[in-house]
Design a binder for this molecule. Structure first.
Ligand code: MN
Length: 314
């Protein structure tokens, strides 16, 4: 039995570029990914995009023994990149290009779906019993969204050690540290650690909009304390971010030029029209065009439907 989703036309995402600096709290909503409860930060009703970043889930922190908290069966993507980043624990990635990666904290797992790929994400059988991390999607601009799919698993990223903490760009470049992850729009994603009792500053670009997320600990920016599991939209026209922390903290900062194209996000697809979404959905249901994740033992995910379409009878 398929799930019913709203029609793609109702899932239109436009950037709402801030004309100025701001500090808007966007609280997470709770979503179930199989048996795993996740906090969804993007998209939310009032904000669908920050730069090209169009999706943001936080999972964990949680501890487990016998269970397999992450078990996402084969499913397709088009028109986007998925970027996974862990604070603790491990996740195994497999895809229909036969890539395999055991993703650990500090490893970049970046899948450029382009015109189509299928993948799985699972807790491995040998694990630490911890799971804490995020998954982002980055919308591909029109000029790059039809390219061949590609996967990168990078265990060591360049880390900056400014006074007060650590900064690791996982997408884009900052102060001479550049992520090897493929980027197709002017964008940045960084992991920030602020040491206890310290202040950390980093440069921002006035033409970028930014979102800031506190993952662990306590932090204050621009004189305001931050709540955990809440995304703060910082707007544009800022030259610097300064974070203070009493007990130490871990944050993620997303940024980019306001995305110039209107996108449609439906299920696991980013496209430009409902016809494209329907075509990708039919191709997945017909087992065409995305390949097979041979390493996964178990059934693949069935695509949902939306009211008004006549899905192919499989
Ligand atoms: Mn996926």
């Amino acid at each position: 039995m398929s799930n019913l989703l709203p029609s793609p036309e109702s899932e239109e995402c436009r950037s709402l570029p801030g004309e100025r600096a701001t500090l808007e709290a966007l609280p997470a909503r709770s979503v179930h990914l199989g048996s795993l409860e996740v906090h969804r930060l993007l998209p939310v009703r009032s904000r669908r995009l920050i730069g090209p970043w169009c999706f943001f889930d936080r999972f964990g922190p949680l501890t487990f023994a016998e269970s397999k908290p992450m078990d996402v069966a084969p499913h397709p993507h088009i028109g986007l990149q998925t970027l996974s980043w862990l604070f603790s624990g491990e996740v195994v990635h497999h895809d229909s290009l036969d890539n395999e990666c055991l993703v650990r904290p500090g490893h970049l797992s970046l899948m450029t779906a382009g015109r189509g790929i299928a993948h799985t994400e699972e807790t491995p059988s040998a694990h630490t019993g911890l799971l804490d991390g995020v998954q982002f999607w980055v919308a591909l601009p029109d000029a790059h969204r039809h390219q061949a799919p590609h996967y990168q698993c990078v265990p060591d990223l360049t880390r900056l050690e400014p006074p007060g903490g650590l900064i690791t760009p996982f997408l884009g470049a900052l102060s001479g540290a550049e992520s090897p992850g493929l980027a197709f729009s002017p964008a940045i994603g960084v992991d920030l650690t602020v040491h206890p009792g310290a202040r950390l500053s980093m440069p921002l670009r006035a033409d970028f909009e930014y979102g800031l997320f506190l993952a662990h600990g306590d932090a204050s920016v621009f004189g305001q304390p931050l709540a955990v599991n809440c995304l703060y939209y910082l707007g544009t026209h800022r030259g610097e971010l300064e974070v203070g922390s009493a007990s130490g903290c871990r944050l993620l900062l997303l940024g980019g030029e306001p995305f110039p194209e209107k996108i449609l996000m439906w299920w696991n697809f980013v496209a430009r029209s409902a016809v494209e979404i329907a075509s990708a959905r039919d191709a997945w249901q017909a087992q065409q065009g995305f390949g097979h994740v041979r390493a996964y033992r178990g059934p693949r995910l069935e695509a949902p439907i939306w009211a008004g379409i006549s899905p192919r009878q499989d």
